[in-house]
Design a protein. Structure first.
Length: 142
């Protein structure tokens, strides 16, 4: 499984490396666990959470030099196929910017499986969507 997670994270980095950070983003995102393997083995959920957060940090670093604002966040879900890293900016499509995260309670306590993945520089939020708790991670002050 470690090889699968390494490939998934590498694929996510490649997706980010192809981005034009001088352009705009309309809820652009990439998923890590495309095949849902984290759902088959619950003991792997902490690893996919950590890989998702590492990918978020990587994307934040890649876009750091951009003078225009970009919002970055990650979602961590019970269905690991839904874990994703997002970028959103002012855009010509009319999508609201900044995204206001309706229904999210920020500074939520982290579940045990997420504790090791949460950097102190970031904030954890939670929301209930269709009866499922979804966790969101973003840089503090976003």
């Amino acid at each position: 499984m470690q090889a699968y997670w390494a490939r998934a994270e590498s694929r996510g980095r490649c997706n980010i490396d192809r981005l034009d950070f001088t352009g705009w983003f309309d809820y652009w995102h990439t998923h890590l666990d495309l095949y849902g393997r984290g759902n088959c083995r619950p003991e792997n959920i902490p690893e996919i959470a950590a890989a998702t957060v590492r990918l978020l940090l990587y994307m934040e670093l890649r876009g750091k030099a951009r003078p225009e604002p970009i919002q970055y966040w990650a979602t961590l879900c019970g269905n690991t196929m839904d874990n994703a890293v997002y970028a959103h900016s002012p855009n010509p499509n009319g999508s609201a910017y900044p995204h206001d995260f309706p229904g999210v309670t920020w500074d939520s306590p982290a579940p045990d499986w997420m504790m090791a993945a949460m950097p102190a520089t970031h904030q954890l939020g939670s929301a209930s969507y269709d009866g499922e708790i979804v966790y969101l991670v973003r840089a503090r002050g976003e």
